[in-house]
Design a protein around this ligand. Structure first.
Ligand SMILES: [Fe+2]
Ligand SMILES: [Fe+2]
Length: 215
């Protein structure tokens, strides 16, 4: 069956993907929805609290860079047009998360991770490989990624300063969106990944989150 053969991207698609990657990493992200923290008052925080909040939001921003790259990589090699458009739609929503976290880092006086180009390249390659395994596995990978992100964001809600309502509102909204992305992937026929694959994903995201906290 033609749908089961590996789908390799054309040169045009590769050029477009490369351009999107450069824009994701280097250009400011745009959001259609207002940032969830917009209507809230900036809290009084100590320098230490602001630095902690900025570092946590830097980790979340890098996570969104990875999400962009995974989705774009998967969309590039996805076979089923419906899976492809679901991936592209989700990638659009991740752009908003990227914009919200980016702006929040600025408000807190922090900076983005210097390693974002590396996070993007690595995640893009993983996404493209997942896409080559077939849509069911690719969507399974997506669903598991989103579940792990939800758990990660939940942990960040426990670590962010209690006063920092603006950052907390952003993380809460992202958590809701990510949970919806997982449900949508399952709705599109995601396979359940084997336990060792889930463990490997947890370990590799731990490397990213712990490094991006500092660098
Ligand atoms: Fe996201
Ligand atoms: Fe997501």
């Amino acid at each position: 069956m033609a749908a089961m053969e590996p789908r390799l991207p054309s040169l045009d698609e590769l050029v477009i993907a490369f351009d999107k990657g450069l824009r994701t990493v280097f250009a400011p992200a745009q959001s259609v929805r207002p940032s969830p923290g917009d209507g809230l008052v900036e809290a009084e925080m100590t320098d230490r609290q602001r630095a902690l909040a900025a570092a946590l939001m830097r980790v979340n921003h890098s996570g969104e860079i990875c999400a962009q790259a995974l989705y774009q990589g998967q969309a590039l090699t996805a076979r089923d047009p419906r899976a492809k458009s679901a991936l592209e739609q989700a990638s659009q929503e991740e752009t908003e998360h990227l914009a919200w976290t980016e702006r929040r880092i600025e408000e807190l006086g922090g900076r983005k991770s210097l390693l974002n180009p590396a996070w993007y390249a690595g995640s893009f390659a993983i996404g493209a490989l997942a896409g080559l395994l077939g849509d069911r596995w690719s969507l399974g990978f997506l669903a598991e990624t989103e579940r792990q992100v939800v758990a990660h964001l939940e942990r960040h809600l426990g670590r962010l300063p209690a006063e920092d309502d603006k950052s907390r509102a952003i993380v809460e909204s992202m958590k809701e969106d990510e949970a919806r992305h997982a449900t949508s992937a399952i709705g599109h026929g995601a396979a359940e990944l084997p336990e060792p694959a889930k463990l490997g994903m947890r370990l590799s995201s731990k490397v990213m989150t712990e490094t991006a906290f500092w660098i």
